[in-house]
Design a protein around this ligand. Structure first.
Ligand code: MF3
Ligand code: CO
Ligand code: CO
Length: 273
């Protein structure tokens, strides 16, 4: 059963047109949405709290320690910890690390670096997921551009969503086109995802134009969009030793921003703001 905020007439019309419609399991109830909002708010508070600490001379392990302290003191849980064996509480991805960088005492931020901090907070069993890329001191103009355009790509995709019209595939197409227009490449291996009752749920959200038919976006869906754009080529590899850290093949920097969004009858609400 769909919640009562879903327009069933529109759903049946779209089905007649041959559109792929998310099943009720992919739609959150009002109660679940309220819980997910709380988790997202805490996650945003965490990123805001970390921000002034993200500066030259600070190690990514120190940022991880602050994360655990903050989250525990708010009676919440760092959902990354232990997820498929992940050893720390956030992901800290510096320069040519695309994602899943593991916080370490050996990684000390320096002027000219960029760092993505990706945090997932669980509160009362609900999840919120977001990431931001921070610039340390003065970075190369090309890197400044990379950061600017990655943020824009995410925002443009969010702005384009019209419930009952836009598809999940449209999101990818917008991001891919935007990246290409700005001479950036899109990492294909990692996607956005449904989130809320678990860290990763359906649907998976591509950051490029997929070949297959994708879901039409309808109210009550909660999912992330989290493009990873590279200054150089799109190729990546995973660290042999830790089996987590993802690097760009060519060593050029990579950037990411992530939001958790809720589709409402009117449009989109960014929950991780
Ligand atoms: N926050 C990541 C995401 O956006 C998931 C990280 S899982 C971890 O999907 F295990 F690497 F932490
Ligand atoms: Co994330
Ligand atoms: Co995510």
């Amino acid at each position: 059963m769909y919640p009562d905020f879903i327009d069933l007439n529109r759903i049946s019309q779209l089905k007649k047109e041959g559109r792929l419609i998310p099943p009720p399991e992919m739609i959150k109830t009002k109660k679940q949405i309220a819980g997910i909002k709380e988790a997202c708010t805490l996650n945003t508070m965490l990123l805001d709290y970390l921000e002034p600490h993200v500066k030259a001379g600070v190690s990514t392990l120190e940022i991880d320690n602050l994360t655990l302290e903050f989250t525990s003191s708010h009676n919440a849980v760092c959902a990354d910890f232990g997820y498929m064996g992940y050893p720390k509480h956030i992901c800290t991805s510096v320069n040519d690390v695309v994602c899943h960088g593991i916080p370490s005492a050996e990684v000390v931020l320096q002027d000219g670096d960029i760092i993505n901090i990706d945090a997932t907070t669980m509160y009362n069993d609900y999840y919120g997921d977001a990431s931001r890329t921070f610039v340390i001191g003065k970075v190369h103009p090309l890197i400044e551009n990379l950061v600017h355009h990655t943020k824009e790509a995410l925002e443009k995709a969010i702005d384009a969503i019209v419930p009952y019209e836009t598809t999940i595939g449209d999101i990818g197409e917008i991001i891919e086109n935007y990246a290409n227009e700005h001479d950036l490449s899109v990492v294909k291996k990692f996607t956005g995802h449904g989130v809320g009752l678990a860290l990763h749920e359906e649907p998976y959200v591509y950051h490029f134009k997929p070949n297959e038919k994708t879901y039409t976006i309808i109210p009550g869906m909660v999912f992330t969009i989290e493009p990873m754009l590279n200054l150089g080529g799109e190729e990546i590899f995973i660290d042999e030793e830790d089996q987590w850290t993802v690097y760009t093949e060519d060593g050029y920097p990579s950037c990411q921003f992530e939001h958790t969004i809720l589709i409402t009858p009117e449009g989109v609400e960014i929950l991780s703001k």
